[in-house]
Write a protein that binds this ligand. Structure first.
Ligand SMILES: [Mg+2]
Length: 213
């Protein structure tokens, strides 16, 4: 498979992108933490008084590891990753989850393991998305410019982080209606599934809007 020459790496969100959506029960976790439904979890914990943070992290980690154990590879994710790797494209993961959860969930993949990724950026490594730091750190670890990187994710934080880092972005909808905020999280492309992502990465005109000069 031949990919567009201006694409050297693809950086994937993990939960709901490389894994089937639904394993992480965000409303349930927020309820267990006392986190309002409209607030992001990591930021909520970080805003609590120092003595309250540690027990909340433990609750979060317990839920995340339970979800990781029952998570499954997303439909088409493994063939897509293999095709990219065989086409010479560097692979990366960037997630607001922990490295331990990623390692655990990847055990459920049959044809892909942690060593297939040139960069694995978890919340231990950089400020969480939508901060662009994780994208920039991944690009550096992969040895490629952010502009030659495509960020793929199922949530607007993924797209905002990619846009802020000057990477190109693909929103994966998993067949649902996309929720796009034109001002902050407009992706270069919207795909319903991994087969479409592969098609997009092979097609030259798609990314012409933000090709480097
Ligand atoms: Mg996600």
């Amino acid at each position: 498979m031949r990919f567009h020459p201006d694409i050297r790496g693809v950086l994937f969100d993990f939960d709901g992108t490389l894994t089937l959506p639904g394993a992480l029960d965000f409303p349930g976790i927020k309820k267990a933490l006392g986190c309002p439904l409209d607030e992001p979890i990591l930021e909520f914990i970080q805003q609590q008084p120092p003595h309250k943070q540690d027990p909340l992290w433990q609750v979060l980690i317990r839920h995340e590891l339970k979800a990781a154990a029952k998570s499954r590879p997303n439909t088409g994710a493994e063939p897509c990753l293999r095709a990219l790797k065989e086409g010479g494209i560097a692979l990366g993961i960037f997630t607001r989850n922990s490295l331990q959860s990623v390692q655990k969930a990847l055990l459920t993949f049959e044809h892909i393991d942690l060593n297939d990724f040139a960069a694995v950026i978890t919340r231990e490594d950089s400020p969480p998305k939508p901060h662009p730091g994780g994208v920039l750190a991944a690009a550096q670890a992969m040895g490629i410019l952010p502009a030659l990187l495509v960020v793929v994710g199922d949530f607007h934080f993924d797209i905002i982080a990619g846009n802020r880092a000057s990477a190109r972005t693909i929103l994966l909808t998993n067949g649902k209606l996309p929720q796009i905020d034109e001002d902050h999280s407009c992706p270069d492309y919207v795909c319903t599934c991994f087969e479409e992502i592969l098609q997009v990465l092979c097609r030259p005109p798609v990314f012409s809007r933000r090709l480097p000069a």
